[in-house]
Design a protein around this ligand. Structure first.
Ligand code: C2E
Ligand code: MG
Ligand code: MG
Ligand code: MG
Length: 291
């Protein structure tokens, strides 16, 4: 393992001083194989238009179908991918899979837009906007089929670079969302000049909203802030009808959460979509009781 890792130029973990290191090194080697094999899978969670209940698009969330350990969630392997320099490769694999799925949905008459999480370390890659353009073109997809989710920390770390990369993506028609809005070491200044389309309010504000007046005030004023800047607002972490109804009342444009659907494989998502009464979510809002 060690020799192979060193040859490919990646960071090598120390193995001599503890048994933990061995586990780590094996996992890194396995992750590298997972990227070239077919062990990374995407689950999809709908982004719902709160007023109408319509499905606006989906967010792609990566999972690792590990042959021994089972289905692993991002918190089990993203940090390792980041530390070991594998993140740009992971982003490439995720983008390709997400756009393949977007093309299948387009072909079946469901032109859903797919949101992909792109980490800051992948966004420093100058060639990314062109590669994304080529990937869309190869599948005959309009640029509006893709949305890129970036975090505040990336926007703050290097404003000039963020501006350059995001402008080039946006010039192609790819829409940009700021993920986990409100949790970063943020300054509101970037909202003034960065080319973005959407704010995704972190679920740590959304979950306590119905029991905490201050949390509710933050949510409703963030909706006003987003709209006055010409941005759309998405709330993540909607876990009950009460939160859904409150967000709709505040004028929040879209929402995601377990109340509507957990992230699921594409086949399950298709079943959910086919069975669903599009107006069901919105009806809750009008009648004030769950269906
Ligand atoms: P995120 O982009 O903020 O994604 C939202 C997370 O909240 C997802 O966790 C989702 O499953 C979860 N979630 C959705 N609705 C609810 C809800 O109602 N309640 C609760 N408690 N949770 C909800 P997941 O899938 O474990 O992903 C965690 C994070 O990993 C993501 O946060 C994102 O930052 C990162 N991530 C996921 N996929 C990718 C990827 O392909 N590339 C990169 N770079 N990062 C990814
Ligand atoms: Mg996200
Ligand atoms: Mg988020
Ligand atoms: Mg998050």
């Amino acid at each position: 393992y060690k020799a192979k890792a060193a040859r490919s130029g990646h960071h090598v973990y120390r193995t001599s001083d503890d048994s933990h290191g061995d586990t780590r090194l094996r996992t890194l080697e396995e992750l590298r194989n997972a990227l070239t094999g077919h062990e990374l899978v995407l689950h999809y969670q709908p982004k719902i238009e709160l007023a109408s209940g319509a499905v606006h698009g989906v967010e792609a969330l990566v999972r690792w179908q590990h042959p021994v350990r089972g289905l692993l969630f991002p918190d089990a392997f993203l940090a390792l991918a980041e530390e070991s320099g594998l993140m740009p490769d992971l982003t490439q694999v995720v983008l390709a899979q997400a756009l393949d799925q977007a093309a299948r949905w387009h072909a079946s008459g469901q032109p859903l837009s797919v949101a992909v999480n792109v980490s800051g370390s992948s966004l420093v890659d100058e060639g990314l906007p062109e590669r994304i353009g080529a990937m869309l073109g190869a599948r005959g997809l309009p640029a509006t089929s893709l949305q890129v989710e970036v975090t505040e920390d990336f926007l703050m770390a290097d404003r000039a670079r963020a501006h350059d990369i995001l402008s080039r993506l946006r010039a192609r028609g790819v829409r940009i969302a700021v993920d986990d809005f409100g949790t970063g070491y943020s300054s509101l200044a970037y909202l003034r000049d960065l080319p973005i389309d959407q704010l995704k309010l972190d679920r740590s504000f959304v979950v306590p909203m119905t029991s905490d007046a201050r949390a509710a005030a933050l949510v409703s004023s963030t909706v006003i802030l987003a709209h006055s800047l010409g941005l759309t607002m998405v709330a993540e972490g909607i876990e009950d009808g009460e939160s859904y109804a409150a967000l709709a009342r505040y004028g929040c444009d879209q929402g995601q959460g377990y109340y509507m659907s957990r992230p699921v494989p594409a086949a399950d998502f298709d079943v959910w979509l086919a069975r669903r009464h599009p107006e069901a979510m919105a009806l809750w809002r009008h009648h004030g009781e769950p269906l």
